[in-house]
Design a protein around this ligand. Structure first.
Ligand code: CTP
Length: 384
């Protein structure tokens, strides 16, 4: 393996770290696990399970395996992706990829037969934990989508009503039967964003002299392969990618219903973890203004996917200014088959399957919490 011959700057053998998982609807909680794992070593290899392997052990994935492989590969902390990684992590896997140790979030992951997926590597003393990001999970995201009506994503309703508007009562009732913890039940357990997390996710670098700055903007809700491919193509127009993320009110005014599924801070972290993104404007205006083109950095190119863009509230084309300046470019939408709406439709089409999966997860969470409580009581009784 070529990597083994490489040494670090201080002349030692690089520490090779392994993380594995499903990475379904890859979110910033996953990215944060990869960030922490990467910081524990020098080279991060991420094993991603196939659809078949996840289905057998955990239930169906929303995103297909190729989409999940691509999402992990686009995370700036992943050095290498291993496709079709086994669900249970064994010493053979560690030997095969010359791994020093495995990292996983501080929650237990069990295989279909109930055994701990990391027992082998734990027994061998080759297991470390990172801190799980509270307030975000695939279950949480699916919950938010299941709680919205079937027709909530009809574009152009231009409502600014409650995000819970049009909640499907039957879905809520079904969740209740699964003794879902309050957060997962209502879909309101939003992540609490901090400035520290934004700093941890930021690249921190500025464009160098002579670098061409490219600007793109959008909602970037449920960050997915379509966004990744778009960023990749946009970056080819220059050297530095500045991404404008629209605020929640703007996205809601344009897309209507309960959009966006993820709030502004969550969408910003989703974009920042992507290796093609250099900097983000948090709450960018819908129209590309003079400020956007000149105040943060001097923008040399504005890139947009070739699709009809709704006009701004004043009836003007949001790209009027970059068009006038001759810096506007369109790229073919790389993945028309994959949009935020398509993801929501996948969940709604398999509503029952996902409701059952949510209920199973909730039940597991409840029994884990009970177990923890019991352990606490035993410890207290023994004065430990
Ligand atoms: N992870 C994390 N924080 C989260 C979600 C996941 O640190 N909020 C970590 C997991 O602990 C694991 C890795 O990301 O180390 C991959 O997780 P995955 O196998 O996709 O499963 P889940 O933990 O079930 O992720 P989710 O709850 O989002 O489905």
């Amino acid at each position: 393996m070529a990597q083994d011959k490489v040494t670090t700057k201080d002349g030692r053998k690089p520490i090779r770290v392994w993380v594995d998982g499903c990475f379904d609807m890859m979110h910033f909680g996953h990215a944060n696990a990869l960030r922490q794992a990467r910081a524990m070593g020098d080279y991060l290899i991420v094993g991603v399970h196939s659809d078949e392997e996840v289905e057998r052990n955990k239930g169906p994935c929303v995103m297909k395996e190729d989409e999940r492989y691509a999402a992990v590969a686009a995370c700036k902390w992943a050095d290498e992706v291993v496709k079709d990684a086994p669900y249970v992590t064994t010493m053979e896997t560690l030997d095969k990829y010359n791994i020093d140790f495995v990292v996983h979030g501080d929650d237990i992951t069990t295989a279909a037969d109930g055994t701990d997926c990391y027992q082998h590597v734990k027994d061998a003393g080759r297991y470390k934990e990172c801190k799980r990001t509270v307030g975000i999970s695939t279950t949480e995201l699916v919950g938010r989508m299941l709680l919205v009506t079937r027709d909530h994503h009809i574009r152009g309703s231009r409502t600014t009503g409650s995000p819970m508007q049009g909640v499907d009562e039957a879905a809520v009732a079904n969740f209740s039967q699964g003794s879902m913890p309050a957060g997962a039940l209502t879909g309101i357990a939003h992540y609490l964003s901090t400035s520290k997390k934004i700093i941890q996710f930021s690249s921190g670098h500025e464009p160098q002299a002579g670098d061409r700055v490219v600007y793109v903007d959008g909602a970037f809700d449920l960050f997915h392969t379509g966004h990744i491919e778009f960023f990749k193509r946009a970056r080819e127009f220059g050297d530095y990618l500045l991404v404008g993320v629209h605020d929640d009110q703007t996205v809601n005014a344009i897309k209507g219903g309960n959009f966006p599924v993820m709030n502004l801070q969550e969408r910003v972290l989703g974009a920042l973890q992507c290796r093609y993104v250099d900097e983000v404007i948090i709450g960018a205006p819908y129209s590309v203004t003079k400020d956007v083109l000149e105040d943060v950095y001097h923008v040399d190119a504005v890139v947009h996917g070739a699709s009809d863009q709704p006009l701004d509230i004043d009836g003007k084309d949001p790209y009027e200014l970059p068009k006038q300046r001759g810096i506007y470019h369109e790229v073919e939408h790389p993945r028309l088959d994959l949009t935020t709406t398509v993801i929501i439709e996948r969940i709604i089409a398999n509503r029952q399957v996902y409701i059952e999966r949510q209920a199973r997860k909730a039940k597991k969470a409840v029994s884990e919490a009970e177990q923890e409580q019991r352990e606490k009581e035993v410890r207290a009784a023994l004065h430990m």
